[in-house]
Design a binder for this molecule. Structure first.
Ligand code: FAD
Ligand code: DHB
Length: 423
């Protein structure tokens, strides 16, 4: 069969949040892209993952004009509860840092981005196969793939963006002798359920108990998301509904609190890892989102990191095409990693502080309770948590990034307070 050749400026592998945000941002800057995705649209829209968007991620959706449904159907959360051995301790984001987060499921973000892509006329190809990247250190890299109808194809581009998630192929194209894989595995995972029931609480509850960690999150008025700590090798079938509710109730028990039960419609075991690929670029390949790093889910940082990466990458590409300057592109990995490592620390810290560690001594456990006490009773301690949870600026606020004379610089700056832009 003859190979079809397609030409674009930026070839994007993966249509998760990172890939689709990048395609939209590039379109705002007048840069063409083609997005290649292995899975079907239906399959991606049915995968339960993130629930919490930082304020900067909400602002990004607004900058793209894709925030209407998120504002109508999502929920602004102005704080979280840390439940320490049955005692409720609220961290008030509004009071501590004047910011909020938005509860809005990743599948809905994906649907808004995919619908928006169709409306904008972006070239997003689902159900492609055999994706491979080539000639990344040349001026004309390319991506070979098999299109959904079985046609072999080659996408010739100026740049390749690896937005293909933690199990993608792009990062392996960075040679081993220039790549450092920073990796950490945790001795526990999360058992996640989706429940058809009204919410048990108005805000998220992160519960640290002698029975282990649990997180009570929400989705809608009739569907809820809950997690509890489990063995990472455990399997969903090992837990029947009665055992799941017993465990969740043991972890979240507190005076006057009752979990609202309902039919469990989805069960998954989620492994917990920290990973960073350094550098996040090689020749004309740039990694963004989970393709370049993963965090354990405690603290809700993963998807929000993807938003920061692609905002920096898109603005760097805009500078290249508009001004002929590659300074921002050259610095991409260093710029993105500065934010990534803060989130790596925060996610590791939240995970370590809230989970029961197998084999922990009484010293370890008492020290952990001391830390939780400090974080929830000291204004300095809880301000750090609130600042990190609601998120750092998506892109550096120094001149050069938020250049109001450029389409993208102006769009990103439009969502920020004026003092941030001129800082
Ligand atoms: P992905 O969403 O993984 O998208 C990558 C895409 O690339 C996929 O669609 C995949 O099919 C495609 N792909 C892979 N390989 C190829 C290939 N060879 N060719 C073509 N396409 C390919 N984050 C938060 O910010 N807040 C939260 O509250 C939160 N909660 C979470 C809860 C859970 C239980 C889990 C598991 C994760 C959570 N996360 C959260 C993390 C978040 O889901 C991820 O960080 C996010 O999906 C990363 O987006 P991405 O676009 O980089 O990668
Ligand atoms: C959700 C997931 C998280 O990892 C988190 O920290 C908060 C909320 C969720 O799926 O709702």
């Amino acid at each position: 069969m003859t190979t079809t050749t397609v030409r674009t400026q930026v070839g994007i592998v993966g249509a998760g949040p990172a890939g689709l945000w990048l395609a939209h941002l590039l379109a705002v800057a007048g840069i063409d892209s083609v997005v290649l995705e292995r899975r079907s649209r239906v399959e991606i829209a049915a995968t339960h993952r993130a629930g919490i968007l930082e304020q900067g991620t909400v602002d990004l959706m607004a900058a793209l004009g894709l925030d209407a449904r998120m504002r109508a159907e999502g929920y602004a959360h102005h704080g979280i509860e840390l439940r320490v051995a049955g005692e409720a301790r609220r961290v008030d984001f509004a009071d501590l840092v004047g910011r909020a987060v938005q509860l809005y499921p990743q599948q809905e973000v994906f649907s808004d981005l995919a619908d928006g892509a169709a409306a904008r006329g972006l070239d997003v190809r689902f159900e492609v196969a055999d994706v491979a990247v080539h000639d990344l250190t040349s001026q004309a890299p390319s991506i070979t793939f098999t299109d959904a109808d079985g046609t072999p194809a080659r996408l010739v581009c100026d740049f390749v963006a690896g937005c293909d998630g933690s199990r993608g192929i792009a990062k392996w194209a960075i040679p081993e002798n220039v790549r450092t894989d920073h990796f950490r595995e945790y001795p526990f995972g999360w058992f996640g359920i989706l429940v058809e029931a009204p919410p048990s609480a108005p805000e998220l509850i992160y519960a640290a108990s002698d029975h282990g960690f649990a997180l009570i999150s929400q989705r809608t008025a009739t569907t809820q998301r809950m997690y509890f700590q489990c063995d990472p090798t455990d399997r969903p079938d090992n837990w029947d509904d009665a055992r799941i509710w017993d465990q969740l109730e043991a972890c979240t028990a507190a005076p006057g609190f009752a979990l609202t039960r309902g039919p469990i419609v989805d069960k998954t075991v989620i492994p917990m890892r920290s990973y960073v690929c350094e550098p996040m670029q090689h020749g004309r390949l740039f990694l963004a989102g989970d393709a370049g790093h993963t965090v354990p889910p405690t603290g809700a940082k993963g998807m929000n990191l993807a938003a920061g990466d692609v905002a920096v990458l898109a603005r760097s590409l805009e500078r290249f095409y508009r001004d002929g300057q590659h300074d921002l592109l050259d610095a991409y990995s260093a710029t993105a990693l500065a934010r990534v490592w803060k989130a790596q620390h925060f996610s590791w810290w939240m995970t370590s502080m809230l989970h029961t560690h197998p084999g922990a001594s009484t010293f370890d456990r008492r020290r952990q309770l001391g830390e939780l006490d400090l974080v929830t009773t000291s204004r300095a301690g809880s301000t750090y948590l609130a600042e990190a949870y609601t998120g750092w600026p998506l892109i550096p606020t120094r001149p050069g990034f938020l250049d109001p004379d450029t389409a993208l610089g102006a769009a990103l700056a439009s969502q920020l307070p004026a003092e941030a832009v001129t800082a």
